[in-house]
Design a protein. Structure first.
Length: 395
């Protein structure tokens, strides 16, 4: 079989539904923060599988956990008690201070579970409406799409769920106008990934808290991208004085394997009965073992490293903004979830960086999203910064 670069691309186009805009890279292998292509190029990876590879590529402890678990069993279904699930759930409960975990395969499934649980709770007290915010991204299933305002993902595929509203982020007047006694839940990302690394303000969060005390709705924290250490804390909501009723998770939690889930409050943990919700693959033992390795690493110093390296990256990005103030408008984000707001399409800078063997990502049109593996080192930050400067100079 011909495995040349052009042949692989042709075979892919002939066999796979063309829904992705792929980078012109055929991967041979990946290690740490580097991706190695079949034609001998080495790339610095500041996309990390779209914030998935928390411990980078091919981390030895991830590989060890996978090998150990698959020699025991890979999949047995949720008809059985499985220690990898229980151990991961216990450590998630410890950090979230909530009550129970339901495991899924992905982030969109986690948010779908959250929506179903919200509706189950709301139907008992005549609350039906779910409020979410412009720029948010919650997945590709119908429930998730119903609480998003992303036309490219929705056009021609409706109708979507009733009783869902998407209102402007950080618009307190709109918040007060739309939340009422019918509100069952507010769904919020504490940093929007797809939404250009945008954040709610302190005042906005305080208003949600006040309205919650008046109208008694649930707060769903979409931590699919911000969770599991990405922002320098275990969860993004910890940067604010607020506690959610449901946390949805995925991406970095599995360390590279498909794993999602929700953590819920004690009140909500009693709503679903056996058979009300389920999944065949959710909580796969191999993925749960890698998830435990990720959180264990965060507990053993990695979370502190994310804070320190994140601060270093932030300061370097501020210097870039100051030196290129005609092109860079703002530095956004926390920890190792950063964004550069540009006055031009970020895809142009992504292309320039790729020509310099750096993999990055554009979000919300004019934001360069920067989400390296959490294990990234200072010299790799320096390399990224240097090549970003070079790219901006070239523009």
């Amino acid at each position: 079989m011909d495995n040349s670069f052009n042949s692989i691309i042709e075979r892919e186009q002939n066999s796979i539904y063309q829904t992705y805009k792929r980078l012109p890279i055929v991967i041979e292998k990946a290690e740490g923060c580097r991706i190695f292509s079949k034609n001998g190029e080495v790339y610095l990876d500041f996309l990390s599988g779209i914030a998935v590879n928390a411990l980078g590529h091919s981390h030895p402890k991830i590989i060890e956990a996978i090998e150990e678990q698959i020699r025991k069993y890979m999949h047995v279904s949720n008809y059985f008690y499985q220690e990898p699930q229980i151990e991961l759930a216990e450590i998630l409960i410890k950090h979230s201070k909530l009550d129970k975990v339901f495991f899924s395969n992905s982030g969109t499934e986690a948010n779908e579970a959250a929506i179903k649980l919200v509706r189950k709770w709301g139907n008992t007290i005549n609350k039906t409406e779910i409020i979410a915010f412009s720029g948010g991204f919650h997945g590709r299933t119908y429930g998730a799409l119903s609480i998003m305002d992303k036309p490219p993902y929705k056009d021609g595929m409706g109708p979507f769920l009733d009783n869902c509203k998407v209102i402007p982020l950080n618009d307190i007047y709109s918040l007060m106008e739309n939340i009422n006694s019918k509100t069952a839940a507010v769904v919020l990302e504490f940093i929007q990934g797809e939404g250009g690394v945008s954040q709610p303000t302190e005042e906005f969060i305080e208003t949600i808290k006040e309205l919650k005390s008046v109208h008694n709705f649930l707060l769903v924290a979409d931590e699919i991208q911000t969770g599991i250490g990405r922002t320098g804390k275990m969860f993004g909501f910890e940067h604010f004085d607020i506690k959610p009723d449901i946390i949805s998770m995925a991406k970095g939690m599995g360390g590279g394997l498909p794993l999602g889930g929700i953590i819920v409050s004690e009140e909500l943990s009693k709503l679903w009965k056996q058979g009300n919700h389920g999944t065949t693959y959710g909580g796969n033992a191999v993925a749960c073992r890698t998830g435990y390795v990720v959180i264990e690493a965060l507990e053993n110093g990695l979370l502190q490293q994310v804070q320190e390296i994140g601060d270093y990256l932030h300061n370097e990005l501020v210097k870039i903004k100051n030196d290129f103030n005609s092109k860079v408008i703002e530095v956004r984000g926390r920890g190792l979830m950063k964004g550069l707001l540009l006055n031009f399409e970020a895809a142009i800078l992504v292309k320039q960086l790729l020509e310099r063997n750096v993999i990055s990502n554009a979000a919300s049109g004019n934001v360069l999203r920067i989400i390296p593996p959490l294990i990234v080192q200072k010299h790799e930050i320096d390399e990224f910064v240097s090549k970003t400067r070079d790219s901006l100079n070239n523009l």
